[in-house]
Design a binder for this molecule. Structure first.
Ligand SMILES: Cc1cc2nc3c(=O)[nH]c(=O)nc-3n(C[C@H](O)[C@H](O)[C@H](O)COP(=O)(O)O)c2cc1C
Length: 140
């Protein structure tokens, strides 16, 4: 069963063009995939915190040894990672704010959703706990 991940990021809910466009795509997709599942995430209504050391370091600690904040952060990382991994197709409504996407959507310079989700590059094998997060991040 195909899955679409539909993400919106405009601060506007009324009159948003990017939301209208992504909704248009999602509707057409649902018609073409009547048995498909749509996962919806609204980054304005439900903002994702920036990736911080708590969330990042949680990847390298065994579950039992995580602090409560690490556990909480890790839960979010896994949720976002699973949404991405489940998706066969992704549509993201992104307005342009000051020559870039909204911070909540994320870029290299302005980490948000993208960076937090990418935090999970190592999370699908969550049980492994590399000795150093900094070395573990260099993928070869
Ligand atoms: C704070 C702010 C900054 C913006 N910066 C740009 C910009 O740099 N370039 C541009 O073409 N449009 C810019 N716009 C216009 C928006 O991209 C445009 O209104 C868009 O439709 C907003 O998305 P939405 O309709 O989904 O809310 C900006 C709008 C706002 C509110």
């Amino acid at each position: 069963m195909p899955t679409l991940l539909h993400v919106d990021s405009s601060m506007r809910h009324e009159g948003s063009r990017s939301r209208a466009l992504s909704a248009h795509f999602a509707e057409a997709w649902q018609q073409a995939n009547p048995d498909g599942t749509v996962i919806y995430r609204d980054l304005a209504a439900d903002p994702i915190p920036h990736l911080d050391l708590t969330a990042f370091s949680a990847n390298f600690v065994a579950d039992d040894d995580r602090t409560p904040p690490q556990r909480e952060a890790r839960k979010l990382t896994e949720t976002l990672a699973n949404e991405l991994l489940r998706a066969d197709e992704i549509v993201i409504g992104i307005p342009l704010y000051n020559f870039g996407p909204p911070e909540r959507a994320g870029t290299t310079a302005n980490p948000g959703y993208a960076t937090h989700s990418a935090n999970s590059a190592s999370t699908t094998s969550a049980s492994s706990t590399p000795s150093s997060p900094w070395h573990a991040r260099s993928h070869k």
